[in-house]
Design a protein around this ligand. Sequence first.
Ligand code: PGA
Length: 245
Amino acid sequence: MNLFVANWKMHKTRGEARAFADELSALLGPSAPSIELVVAPPLTALDAARDAGPRARWSLAAQNVAAEAEGAFTGEVSARMLANAGCRYVIVGHSERRRLFGEDDALLKRKLTRVREAGLIPIYCLGETEEERVMSLTAATFVRQIDTLCDDPPDTPLVVAYEPVWAIGTGNAATPEDAAAARAHLAELLSSRRDVRILYGGSVTADNAASILERSGMSGFLIGGASLKPTSFAAIAGIRLRTED
Ligand code: PGA
């Protein structure tokens, strides 16, 4: 089933999250969508962003997780706490965390272990920088970043998000052809996995989503800026918006 993940990053108060949830709920209507929707709000808005309806039509993800299980780690939130707060997924290895917070492969491996211990599913992000792309290092970057998953149990569900760093928040999405080539290489590197979905992320909008999805073979998107509005998130996910009837 295709998967569409809204990564809100550091946006939305609890009230704003609740307004989003109410609006998304109205757009979806009572029936369960035939695709899978996930919202990754800031931790303070996890409760507010949940589907308050009788049937959860979307699930929750955390944007980050501690590398340790428990203890004196001021400011950290453990995988067990995230599971207990209603998360099903955790984003691990987003390029903003790698780049701005110095998260390296060793740290990400520990985070992945914690995520699995808590029964959560990682949305593992990877992708080349502009510099790596120009130097034809994209393939080598994939190999290195996929190697971080070497201890992750191959028979558990996994989501991998291909997010070229040069495409994130720039308005310059990968072409469907580039995304297709990346997907093919990543699928090959992940061929020992039983249950893996590969998503694309980076400047996905309601205007480019359909053509990237159709022509790249990706199983969905990780969406930043365009996921902040319920209408554009739903449109990207291909949900026919309900009109007054
Ligand atoms: P963007 O962000 O859609 O705003 O480019 C994607 C992401 O960082 O996950």
